[in-house]
Design a protein around this ligand. Structure first.
Ligand SMILES: NC(=O)N[C@@H](CC(=O)O)C(=O)O
Ligand SMILES: [Zn+2]
Ligand SMILES: [Zn+2]
Length: 347
């Protein structure tokens, strides 16, 4: 008989999809990520967006300056792709050594995406350069057409955009970000090795019922939106399969409490505070704790061509209550599982 696991020591993980914001918000949330992760791919959807290497270098400095003194954390920067991103900008990004990906936001798809790409046809030069220099495209993979049902936007993006894109640029390195459907998991699994995906903890733990349990739950609203249970099950299967194409990306996306608990609430869940606890819970429920280290600590680094971390972290089986709110630049932030018990704790 197997003994239940009470403690788990793994190589220190990285977060391959993270929103850190800027200014006071950055100062508020950065310690949570720096405590849990050695590195993170930092999303560029600021206002104004991080569209150039020069802006990415400045943003990186602001992140380093906001780190707690004892922190050991490296931000990995990204550029925000627009219709006007030039070949030279991609080459500058590659040469900088600090930019690790270029983010595709279809215009209007999500938070701060209005300067995003209106038509991938406008980005041919930039995509050619990315394919040539080996700069990954990080895709928020949802169509924006209002005639497409919100629950179908990821699946339709695969047919309309992802397949044609990879046909035109077969060696382009692509990360299908925050996958939420069985369709995306299957697509990535059968794609060549230059295509990978990040998976959030919340999409492993929740389905669309969680947005409406006992009344509307604004803190469970994010994009891509939570899907049916069958999709959650497919994501768990992919993440716990040991397939190196699937790796950890929290998509932790802080928004002040009053902007989520509003008539028109923002999309995004704040999970950085308890990220590894949530992933441990999802992997334990799947009976796959032995697969957590590859997913959280190895496969992302391997895909990005970066060294694996050498330090370790320990998670213990211990019940504790997540606070109801956290300070957020003179405001507050409601973390996922606020006021609820978690059964894993990172030491
Ligand atoms: N995931 C979200 O719901 N929101 C993200 C944007 C994104 O990753 O699409 C944000 O920046 O708030
Ligand atoms: Zn996104
Ligand atoms: Zn995101």
């Amino acid at each position: 008989m197997n003994n239940p696991i009470h403690s788990l020591t793994i190589t220190r993980p990285d977060d391959w999809h993270l929103h850190l914001r800027d200014g006071g918000a950055l100062k508020a949330v950065l310690p949570d990520t720096a405590r849990q992760f050695a590195r993170a791919i930092v999303m560029p959807n600021l206002r104004p967006p991080v569209t150039t290497t020069a802006l990415a270098i400045e943003y990186r400095e602001r992140i380093l300056n906001a780190l707690p003194v004892d922190a050991n954390f490296e931000p990995l920067m990204t550029l925000y792709l627009t219709d006007n991103t030039t070949t030279e900008e991609i080459e500058r990004a590659k040469a900088s050594g600090i930019v690790h990906g270029v983010k595709l936001y279809p215009a209007g798809a999500t938070t701060n995406s209005d300067s995003g790409v209106t038509n991938l046809g406008h980005c041919v030069k930039a995509l050619e350069a990315m394919e040539r220099v080996g700069m990954p495209l990080l895709a928020h993979a949802e169509v924006t057409d209002s005639d497409v049902d919100v629950f179908d936007r990821e699946r339709v993006f695969i047919e309309r955009n992802m397949i044609p894109l990879l046909k035109k640029f077969p060696s382009l390195r692509v990360v299908f970000e925050h996958i939420t459907t069985r369709d995306a998991a299957d697509f990535v699994a059968q794609a060549p090795s230059n295509v990978a995906a990040t998976v959030t903890a919340h999409h492993l733990l929740m389905n669309r019922n969680d947005m409406f349990k006992g009344g509307i739950q604004p803190h469970h609203y994010c994009l891509p939106i939570l899907k049916r249970e069958e999709h959650r099950v497919a994501l768990v299967k992919a993440a716990t399969s040991g397939n190196p194409k699937f790796f950890l990306g929290t998509d932790s996306a802080p928004h002040a409490k009053h902007t989520k608990e509003a008539a028109c609430g923002c999309a995004g869940m704040y999970t950085a505070h308890t990220a590894m606890e949530l992933y441990a819970e999802a992997f334990e429920l799947a009976g796959a704790l032995d697969k957590l280290e590859g997913f959280a600590s190895f496969y992302g680094a391997d895909f990005y061509g970066l060294p694996r971390n050498t330090e370790q972290i320990t998670l213990v089986k211990e019940s504790w209550k997540v606070p109801g709110s956290l300070p957020y630049e003179g405001d507050v932030l409601v973390p996922l599982r606020a006021e609820q018990m978690l059964n894993w704790k990172m030491l």
